[in-house]
Design a protein around this ligand. Structure first.
Ligand code: GTP
Ligand code: MG
Length: 376
């Protein structure tokens, strides 16, 4: 979804290079960044969740000459979605709201299936975003044609091009076909935007904004990473909510000695509740003092700081709690390495506010009883 920023009289469109693993999406974007004649460009960035091997490549630029529409300049955001990125949330986030796609096909032998799977993946993600592949500006670039066993371009696109998109032959590593594919896709994109602005039916939608402060590259990247993280959390929560406890795969077991020293002679009576607070887990317990039968509240915080195995069992505790007692051997790096115990004052030490609340509540109950009795 292209944006039209009135504050800068500028239209921004998003182009994603998408392809099978090692087909060359990243090489295209990196090469393009070097060879593009530009009026203005930002930095070349690579980003993705920390645990992901492959990352998205990203840059934005303002082209030189010829790409102005109705006195408004054009800015393009260019992304590479390497086939090696398997996290669905990451793939969806980068493709979200895209205006155009360069599909990078691999000409090497025995890559037919990879190309087809990648194209179907692209079509599926676009559909989820209410975009039809047949309708968006798209170019198929057949890359890696320098391979000694490369297949004919016609053979490569035979399975991939039911919609008759323009086809470009390429060896992205040698910059061959990189500018050509980009020129083709931006030309179609600009034509569609012109159509839209002329009030004709167009497959590119334009959203008008008035934003004097253009987002920095870093802000754009941070937004993507936050969205990927959030989407992943939601998916995990959804999966967990559908499963029963016994369905979930076991992730190890941890045994902790949790009783602080000044709670000696007490035993756990009831779990009041447990909740996740950011990265940590809080568990509230009622402890019963065996000699007097007095209840006390104990709060246990499981601090999620995965560390190397050597730090496990060495965590700090408050109130003289016995540290980690026994930990099953795996998977250690996902388990909390430290617990914090917070002892709460015994009932007799409750702050006056509690007495106020309790007094008010009992007053209301007595008042209602008197009212009912006098009515009878
Ligand atoms: N011989 C040759 N090698 C290429 C060509 N394009 C890319 N490569 C190489 O292929 C490998 C994978 O290229 P990338 O651009 O990283 O591939 P990708 O599409 O981003 O996919 P992944 O990184 O596998 O997720 C790299 O070692 C590139 O140097 C090409 O046209 N010819
Ligand atoms: Mg790569």
């Amino acid at each position: 979804m292209a944006t039209l920023n009135f504050a800068h009289r500028e239209i921004t469109a998003k182009i994603v290079y998408f392809g099978a693993p090692s087909a060359g999406s990243s090489t295209n974007v990196r090469t393009l960044y070097e060879i593009l004649p530009v009026k203005e460009k930002g930095g070349l960035h690579q980003f993705g969740p920390d645990d992901e091997k492959e990352k998205t490549w990203y840059f934005e630029y303002v082209p030189v000459g010829g790409k102005n529409i109705k006195g408004m300049s054009l800015r393009f955001q260019v992304y590479a979605m390497p086939g090696g990125i398997i996290r669905a949330e990451h793939r969806k986030e980068i493709l979200r709201g895209t205006d155009a796609v360069v599909f990078v096909a691999d000409a090497r032998k025995e890559r037919e299936q990879n190309n087809i799977e990648s194209l179907l993946d692209l079509e599926g993600i676009l559909k989820e975003d209410s975009l039809e592949m047949a309708e968006i500006p798209m170019v198929i670039q057949v890359n890696r044609t320098d391979d000694v066993y490369a297949r004919d371009i016609e053979r490569v696109v035979y399975d991939l091009n039911p919609y008759g998109f323009p086809v470009i032959e390429a060896v992205a590593l040698d910059s061959k076909g990189v500018m050509e594919a980009h020129e083709q896709v931006t030309t179609v994109t600009v034509n569609r935007i012109r159509h839209n602005l002329a009030g004709k039916e167009a497959t590119i939608t334009l959203t008008a904004i008035h934003n004097p402060d253009r987002e920095s590259d870093q802000e754009i990247i941070t937004q993507h990473l936050d969205a990927i993280h959030q989407a992943q959390r939601e998916r995990v929560l959804e999966m967990a909510s559908k499963a029963t406890w016994s369905d979930l795969p076991p992730a190890g077991e941890i045994v902790l000695a949790f009783q602080p020293a000044d709670f000696t002679g007490t035993r756990p009576l009831q779990v009041i509740g447990a909740h996740v607070d950011g990265e940590d887990v809080m568990v509230d317990l009622i402890m019963e003092q065996e000699s007097t039968g007095k209840p006390r509240r104990l709060q246990i915080t499981l601090v999620n700081e995965p560390k190397s195995t050597s730090t496990l069992g060495m965590g700090s505790t408050t109130s003289g709690a016995t540290p980690v007692d026994r930990i099953s051997p795996s998977p250690l790096d996902t388990l909390p390495h430290r617990i914090e115990l917070t002892t709460h004052p015994s009932r007799s030490d409750f702050p006056p506010l509690w007495y106020g609340v309790a007094g008010l509540a009992s007053g209301i109950v007595i008042g209602v009883l008197i009212g009912v009795l006098s009515f009878l």
